[in-house]
Design a binder for this molecule. Structure first.
Ligand SMILES: [Zn+2]
Length: 431
């Protein structure tokens, strides 16, 4: 996931469980307590595996050693493993002793081409490659969930598929697995996953339907008669004339994502209805007899997507450049995360009920400048994608993904494993 924001959200309420007894063949009476205890037992081991993954990061499409590490861990747990579904993608299959439905959990595997020095003892041993998006933490959480669920196999009703997906950063891994017959090998009726975010440690954040804005890559072709120096003013004009916000006419400031009154979690969020032009990252280059401009735009409202190209053309005409224009098209139309409303509501209610009110925060806005190809799985299987906070501001740990100073508080692994193992277990147990 591409994101550069340092974001803090409201406090998470933590809730500690106590010991419980259970019959091995009947459903756990208090799974939240059992999974809290079982997660604590393996936490140190999980931290070690996370650090190993962090030391040996691999770029999208090259996750060979990562696949081997995951495979060995799953085999030791007794799971059936299918490898090379797309690239180095793999699936671990945990079959409960009791019949039931099937659910999938997804973790992404790849690291980033980055050379920022990590301020940790377990820094990357591969020059130029770094787990700067937290996928090492995602992998570890998935392994932890598998391990604590394996211990409840006798009472587990149904099957859990653990999907380890390569090449998320290049947005090809999920699509590749789907096109490579993933869902003929496995048949989940629900799918879940998460991404570490800069929110406060352990805070779980979710929203029904779109979590991110729709990101569209726009390609504008001009004839060679278009002066290159006219591009920047034109892109600025796109921004000033087409930006739509609910921001009382003030400039759209990403820093306000933190604002308790107008930020991402506020009912009055300024991030729930907008169209923005990214005028910082546009590119222009000569291509044969054309001058081509590439830029990204973000729209929260699916219904307004067809308006984008006509609106851009109108601005170009208004600037007197119509005779130089060849075409305006989308070169990138990645789908966005689209959480199933019923499954989302169910998960929120369940986690808040079992772990305490406020465990999960509902997001109101849609995140700009980011996306995740988990959306390709959701096109086939209804599911929910969560954010999990990884920042600990007191310790100076800011989980601002892709940023030079990105770090994750490893306690987020504990929260992730216990919360989502409980969720998966309950989804299989509940009728
Ligand atoms: Zn990511």
């Amino acid at each position: 996931m591409k994101q550069f924001l340092a974001v803090a959200f409201a406090m998470l309420t933590f809730c500690n469980g106590t010991a419980t007894s259970f019959s091995p063949s009947s459903s756990l009476e208090k799974p939240e307590e059992t999974f809290t205890i079982e997660t604590d037992k393996i936490f140190d081991k999980l931290v070690q595996i996370r650090r190993k993954l962090h030391q040996y990061p691999e770029l999208a499409g090259n996750e060979k050693q990562t696949q081997e590490t995951i495979k060995q861990y799953l085999l030791e747990l007794g799971l059936e493993v299918k490898t090379d579904i797309y690239g180095y993608g793999l699936v671990g299959i945990l079959r409960g002793a009791k019949a039931g439905k099937s659910i999938a959990w997804r973790a992404d595997m790849d690291a980033l081409p980055q050379d920022f020095p990590d301020n940790v003892e377990f820094r990357s041993k591969t020059p130029g490659v770094r787990h700067g998006c937290g996928h090492d933490v995602h992998l570890t959480i998935a392994l932890g969930i598998a391990e604590v669920l394996v211990k409840q196999k006798q009472s587990l009703q149904g099957t859990v598929y653990f999907i380890f997906q390569p090449a998320e950063e290049t947005f090809v891994g999920a699509k590749g697995m789907v096109n490579n017959k993933l869902f003929s090998l496995i048949n989940p009726s629900e799918i879940y996953g998460l991404h570490i975010t800069p929110a406060l440690l352990g805070q779980i954040i979710v929203k029904a339907n779109e979590m991110y804005a729709y990101q569209k890559g726009v390609k504008i072709e001009f004839t060679n008669s278009m002066p290159k120096e006219a591009v920047k003013p034109l892109v600025t004009k796109f921004r000033t004339s087409l930006t739509r916000t609910t921001n009382n006419g003030k400039p759209w400031e990403i820093q306000r994502i933190l604002d308790p009154n107008e930020g991402m979690l506020s009912p009055n969020s300024i991030f729930k209805d907008y169209f923005i032009v990214d005028d910082m990252t546009f590119l222009s280059r000569s291509d044969g007899d054309k001058l081509v401009v590439y830029m990204d735009v973000y729209e929260t409202d699916r219904a307004k997507l067809p308006n984008i190209i006509p609106a851009l053309k109108k601005v170009i005409e208004g600037e007197g450049l119509a005779d130089k224009l060849v075409s305006v098209t989308f070169f990138k139309e990645n789908p966005t995360i689209d959480n199933d409303p019923n499954l989302t509501n169910n998960a929120v209610a369940m986690l808040n009920n079992l772990y305490g009110k406020g465990t999960v925060s509902l997001m109101v806005g849609q995140v700009p400048f980011s996306n995740d190809d988990f959306s390709y799985f959701q096109q086939k299987v209804p599911g929910v994608y969560f954010f999990l906070g990884g920042s600990n501001f007191e310790k100076g740990v800011i989980a601002s993904i892709h940023a030079p100073n990105f770090m994750v508080d490893e306690e987020s692994i504990r929260i992730g494993v216990k919360s989502f193992s409980t969720l998966l277990y309950k989804r299989l147990s509940d009728k």
